[in-house]
Design a protein around this ligand. Structure first.
Ligand code: ZN
Ligand code: ZN
Length: 415
């Protein structure tokens, strides 16, 4: 990134990414506070975002940086009891900030395989402790009380995983290019492009909501699976309006339309089509069997211990909280890259998520109590983990309440 030949255009694109994240992704309001979380290597993007946030009228921007080296030091030297701890005070503070109206911007880009060589028991315990501590803040986010968004910054360790055969400098440049392309920064008018893209996804959402399927049926290699949709489910996608009235895009990029499955109505076998990076470890070759909504058998060819730890977090971790459809022709799938990062890989393939559901994907979901949500089939859990089941070989049918079946996707594409 230091070579003078690429410095100017790269700087300009990072600046555009920052501007689009603040204006289109967050829709940041004048006077609103902003909390950013970011890996240390994302500093150049953080600085540009901070500038654009203040120029958009942010009253205060606060950034929390995470450092991979410091995380590894914990695994090497911390006493055993460390792994049941989390900075609860910090998570409580974040929840307080969101309750007071702060927006949230997360920058993803940390090394997806950082903890791959670490003791999986410690990793699982640390994940559970973190999930518990961050529950109040996460609830405000999943209920969409505030406007929030996630964008990516290329970092050397992430780039090395995506482009293992390139020298570091080149890998980093290529990953930035992929981010700019898939995040629609590489077009003459990114803001207009995002608005048009959002409108297109919203028309797909409207169509699915008008069809009111009661279930989806999946068939593909290693997948034969029926998934009941939640009663009063609403398809979402193409951006959303938070309860504070601010419209934005929670994920950049986004190519998915998604809704809430019924937690007690999944049956059959599902096989993952891409590896999953979960809290610094890689899980690949996942195969699970559902009975009445609950995972009764799960295995992974790689990262099995972490997968088992994840689904044992709580009862809801064995049930589904999200189902999303993404065509195989999505620009991210067409890039042919495996990003090892859920923000990108989930937008390259149809996916399902174990754990917490989004109440915004239910009719009047945001005004329902926990027991009312559960009665509609909405799942509750400390985790929310997306994993990819789509490919160019996946067929999906929509099934109506009367049992009538309509082809939705064939060989991974919308019918
Ligand atoms: Zn999703
Ligand atoms: Zn998700």
């Amino acid at each position: 990134m230091n070579s003078p030949a690429v410095a100017a255009p790269w700087d300009a694109k990072v600046d555009r990414l920052a501007e689009v994240a603040v204006t289109v992704g967050l829709g940041l309001a004048r006077g609103q506070e902003l909390v950013i979380s970011a890996p240390l290597d994302a500093l150049p993007l953080v600085r540009r975002i901070t500038e654009h946030a203040y120029r958009a009228g942010a009253s205060l921007v606060t950034t929390l940086f995470a450092d991979d080296e410091a995380t590894l030091a914990r695994y090497s030297y911390a006493p055993d009891e460390s792994f049941d701890r989390a900075a609860t005070w910090l998570q409580d503070g974040l929840a307080a900030a969101y309750r007071a109206g702060s927006a949230r911007l997360a920058i993803t880009g940390a090394n997806p395989a950082l903890l791959a060589g670490q003791d999986s028991g410690k990793v699982s315990r640390a994940n559970v402790a973190f999930s518990k501590a961050s529950r109040p803040a996460l609830e405000l986010i999943t209920r969409h009380e505030i406007n929030w968004t996630i964008v990516a910054a290329a970092t050397p360790s992430w780039a090395k995983l995506v482009f293992p055969n390139l020298p570091e400098e080149q890998a980093l440049a290529q990953l930035w290019d992929a981010i700019f392309r898939t995040t629609r920064i590489d077009v003459p008018d990114p803001v207009a492009n995002w608005r048009a893209h959002g409108a297109q996804l919203q028309s797909r959402v409207k169509l699915l909501n008008d069809l009111r399927f009661s279930a989806l049926r999946y068939k593909g290699p290693g997948t034969d699976f029926t998934l009941g949709l939640s009663d009063d489910h609403l398809w979402c996608g193409g951006g959303s309006t938070a309860k504070n009235g601010i419209a934005g895009f929670p994920n950049m990029p986004t190519e998915e339309v998604f809704t809430t499955p019924h937690k007690d109505r999944a049956d059959g076998t599902v096989t993952s089509t891409k590896p999953l990076s979960y809290q610094g470890t890689l899980i690949d070759g996942i195969s699970v069997e559902f009975k009445a909504g609950r995972i009764v058998r799960a295995s992974a060819k790689q990262g099995d211990a972490v997968l088992q730890g994840m689904i044992n977090t709580d009862d809801g971790a064995r049930r589904l909280g999200e189902v999303a459809l993404v065509p195989h022709s999505s620009p991210i799938a067409q890039s042919g890259l495996l990003f090892w990062n859920t923000l990108f890989d989930e937008n390259a393939a149809s996916h399902i998520a174990l754990g917490q559901s989004y109440s915004t994907c239910l009719i009047n979901g945001d005004s329902l109590s926990k027991s009312e949500l559960a009665a509609k089939g909405a799942n509750e859990s400390l985790i929310h983990v997306d994993w990819m089941i789509g490919s160019g070989h996946l067929d999906v049918d929509g099934v109506s309440a009367s049992g009538h079946s309509v082809p939705l996707m064939r060989q991974g594409e919308w019918v």
